[in-house]
Ligand binder design. Structure first.
Ligand SMILES: Nc1ncnc2c1ncn2[C@@H]1O[C@H](COP(=O)(O)OP(=O)(O)O)[C@@H](O)[C@H]1O
Ligand SMILES: [Mg+2]
Length: 585
C-alpha cells in the first residue's frame, strides 16, 4: 500500500497561512490591499488586542458578487488575473487568490458585502475552513471583513505571537505603509476602541507629514524623474533631516511597499557623501516600472521583487536621487514661509536648505551685487542696512563674522548663520570632484604585477567587464582558471589594497551592473583633502570675502551639508526671531 496521500484542504490552507499570514499585521495588509484593489476611496480599520482578537476592515469599494462569495474564501480563486500573461503584467496588489482562504483557515472570518446594483448586502462566514451558506445582510455599500480570534485553532502558531503592544505596532506599521502609498485614499485606525490615525484624502507631502512627521516632510526634497518605462517620484530627506535609525525608509515599487536590495543600495549611494556616517536617510519614494520589467511573484507576501535589469534600475534610482539632492541653491531657492513648521521649532535652529520649487532665483545679478555693496558700506558706517532688494540671493548678504567661526548674513527670510569651515569644505570638495570627473581615471602600472586567486565568478566578471575595468584605471588579465593578474591600478588609489579593491569592484559590477566602489573610495580621499584645504576656523574674513563664499555656496551642488553630513548653514526666519522676542507683527 502506497504511503503518499493528498493533504486535506484545510491543512493545505493552514500551511499556506504559515507563509502569508504569519502575524496579525500580515492579515491586515492583505485585507487593506484587497480594499484598494476594489477601488475603495475610504478604508477604516478597527483592531482589538493587537489584531489577535479582531481585525475589521471596512471599505467603500466595489464589493463582491453574491455568487462569488464562496469563491472569495476558496484557495487560488481570484478575480484579478486569469492567464500567465496577466500574471506577468499584474497591476493589482493581489493576484494569488490565497489570502482570504489562508485567513479563513486559521480564524473566524465574516464577510459582508454589497455591490452598487444589489438591493441589499450578502454575508458569508468561514471558521477554520468551514464555509457557511450565503445569507442576506444589511450594509450600505462596499465590503466589511471581520477577522476574529486569529490562530484560535493553531495553538503552535499562536505561541509565536509577541505581546499585544508589539503586534499592534506591527499592525500600525503595515497601516502606515499602505496609507503612505495612497495619499488620495482616506484611512482611519482604531485600537481597543481608541481612535488613532485619521487621514483625509490629501497630497503626498501632506500624507507624509502626517505619517512620517512634519520634520521630515516639510523640508524634504521633491524627487521627480522619469525615463524609459521607469519613473521615480516622492520625497527624500534633506541631508540635515536624516534619522538615527532606518525607521523612515519607505520604498514602493508599483505601489507596493517592498524591501529591495538594489534600489536600497542605490539610495544609500546617492546619500554617500552628504550623510553623517551614523545617520540614515529618510525617504518615501515611489518607483514605477513597466510591470513586465519586474517580477513581484517572488515571495508569498510579495515583500520582495526581482528586476529584470537590476543594473539599469540601480543607475536610474541613483542618478534620479542624486540630481534631486544636489540641486544648487541658486537654482532652487529657499522657502521663506515656515507656516508648515511646528510651533516648537521657534528656537531650535531649522537647518533649511529646502529644495522646494519656489522661485527665489537671482534674476538680476548686477542689481543684487550693487545692493550687496550698499549693505557692506552701510555696515561699515554702522547703520541699518537698506531693505532687502526683492531679488536677493538665497543666502543673502554677510553682516559680520562671529568668533571667527560663523558668518552671519541677512536674507529675505531673516537671519542666516553659516559654518565657514563646513561650507568651504564642501565647495573645495565639489570642485575637486568636478575636476576629476571630466577626465578619465588615470592608471598607474605596477612595478610588480599582483597575482590573486579569484572565484570562477570573479574570473568571468573580469573578462566580461574588461572595458569598464580599463576605464576605471585597472589593467587585469586572467592568467589561469582561478587566477587574475593585476598589472595596473587607478593612480589616485594606488596606495590602497589592490586585491581588495578589485574584489569589491567585481562584486558590485556583478550585482548592480556597474561599479561605484572606485568613485566612492576616490571621493573619500578627496573629502579628506578638502577638509585640509578648507578655510580653518579663526581666520577673519572681510565682508566681500564672506559674500564671495556665500555666492560660491549658492552655486555649489550639495551645499547644504559638508562632506561629513554636518549642515553648513541654518536659517532663522524673522517670524521665529519675532516669537523669541514676543513681538507680534
Ligand atoms: N474588500 C474587497 N472588496 C471586493 N472584493 C474583494 C475584497 N476582498 C476580497 N475580494 C475578492 O476576493 C478575492 C480573493 O481575495 P484574496 O484571497 O485576497 O486573493 P487576491 O487578492 O489575490 O485575488 C479577490 O480576488 C476579490 O475578488
Ligand atoms: Mg488579496
Amino acid at each position: 500500500m502506497g504511503r503518499i496521500r493528498n493533504l486535506p484542504e484545510l491543512l493545505v490552507n493552514q500551511i499556506a497561512a504559515g507563509e502569508v499570514i504569519d502575524r496579525p499585521a500580515a492579515a491586515l495588509k492583505e485585507l487593506m490591499e484587497n480594499s484598494l484593489d476594489a477601488g475603495a476611496h475610504s478604508i477604516a480599520v478597527d483592531l482589538a488586542e493587537g489584531g489577535v482578537r479582531r481585525i475589521r476592515v471596512v471599505d467603500d469599494g466595489g464589493g463582491i458578487d453574491r455568487d462569488d462569495l464562496p469563491l472569495a474564501v476558496a484557495r487560488f480563486a481570484t478575480s484579478k488575473i486569469s492567464t500567465l500573461e496577466d500574471l506577468e503584467r499584474a497591476a493589482t496588489l493581489g493576484f494569488r487568490g490565497e489570502a482570504l482562504a489562508s485567513i479563513g483557515a486559521v480564524a473566524r472570518v465574516a464577510i459582508v458585502t454589497r455591490r452598487a446594483d444589489e438591493r441589499h448586502a450578502w454575508r458569508i462566514t468561514c471558521e477554520a475552513g468551514a464555509v457557511s451558506a450565503v445569507e442576506p445582510a444589511a450594509l450600505a455599500a462596499g465590503t466589511t471583513i471581520d477577522v476574529e480570534d486569529l490562530y484560535f485553532n493553531t495553538p503552535a502558531r499562536r505561541k509565536f505571537l509577541k505581546s499585544e503592544s508589539t503586534e499592534y505596532s506591527r499592525c500600525d506599521e503595515a497601516f502606515a505603509r499602505i496609507a503612505l502609498s495612497r495619499p488620495a485614499v482616506a484611512f482611519s485606525l482604531a485600537h481597543n476602541g481608541r481612535r488613532g490615525a485619521h487621514l483625509p484624502p490629501e497630497d503626498g507631502r501632506a500624507r507624509a507629514a502626517r505619517v512620517v512627521g512634519d520634520d521630515f516632510a516639510g523640508p524634504a526634497v521633491e524627487v521627480a524623474a522619469s525615463g524609459n518605462r521607469i519613473a521615480l517620484s516622492g520625497l527624500a530627506a534633506a541631508p540635515g533631516f536624516t534619522r538615527a535609525s532606518r525607521d523612515a525608509q519607505y520604498l514602493f515599487v508599483n505601489g507596493r511597499f517592498v524591501r529591495d536590495k538594489v534600489a536600497g543600495h542605490a539610495i544609500r549611494e546617492a546619500y554617500a557623501d552628504v550623510l553623517h556616517h551614523d545617520r540614515h536617510p529618510a525617504y518615501v519614494l515611489f518607483l514605477d516600472i513597466d510591470p513586465s520589467m519586474v517580477d513581484v511573484n517572488v515571495h508569498p507576501a510579495k515583500s520582495e521583487v526581482r528586476f529584470r535589469d537590476s543594473g539599469a534600475v540601480h543607475q536610474f534610482v541613483f542618478h534620479a536621487l542624486r540630481r534631486a539632492l544636489s540641486a544648487p541653491l541658486e537654482k532652487t531657492g529657499v522657502r521663506d514661509d515656515f507656516s508648515g513648521a511646528p510651533e516648537k521649532s521657534s528656537l531650535t535652529p531649522v537647518f533649511t536648505p529646502t529644495f522646494s520649487q519656489s522661485s527665489f532665483a537671482i534674476a538680476q545679478p548686477a542689481a543684487a551685487y550693487s545692493a550687496m555693496f550698499e549693505i557692506a558700506i552701510a555696515e561699515e558706517r554702522r547703520v541699518m542696512p537698506a531693505p532687502m532688494p526683492t531679488h536677493a540671493p538665497v543666502l543673502g548678504y554677510a553682516l559680520a563674522q562671529l568668533h571667527g567661526i560663523y558668518i552671519l548674513a541677512q536674507n529675505q527670510a531673516g537671519l542666516v548663520i553659516v559654518d565657514m569651515h563646513a561650507a568651504h569644505e564642501r565647495i573645495v570638495y565639489e570642485g575637486l570632484k568636478a575636476a576629476l570627473d571630466s577626465a578619465v581615471l588615470p592608471s598607474q602600472p605596477l612595478l610588480v604585477p599582483i597575482a590573486m586567486t579569484a572565484t570562477a565568478e570573479e574570473g568571468e566578471q573580469a573578462e566580461a567587464g574588461r572595458l569598464e575595468l580599463e576605464s576605471l584605471g585597472f589593467d587585469v588579465a586572467s592568467t589561469g582558471p582561478r587566477e587574475l593578474l593585476i598589472r595596473a591600478v587607478p593612480a589616485l588609489l594606488a596606495d590602497l589594497d589592490a586585491q581588495g579593491l578589485l574584489r569589491s569592484v567585481l562584486g558590485e559590477m556583478r550585482e548592480f551592473g556597474a561599479s561605484r566602489v572606485l568613485v566612492e573610495r576616490r571621493n573619500e580621499l578627496l573629502s579628506s583633502m578638502a577638509c585640509h584645504g578648507a578655510v580653518r576656523a579663526n581666520r577673519s574674513l572681510t565682508v566681500p570675502e564672506m559674500n564671495a563664499l556665500l555666492r560660491e555656496m549658492e552655486r555649489t551642488e550639495f551645499a547644504g551639508s559638508c562632506n561629513h553630513g554636518r549642515p553648513t548653514w541654518v536659517q532663522f526666519p524673522m517670524a521665529d526671531l519675532d516669537r523669541l522676542f514676543m513681538r507680534g507683527r
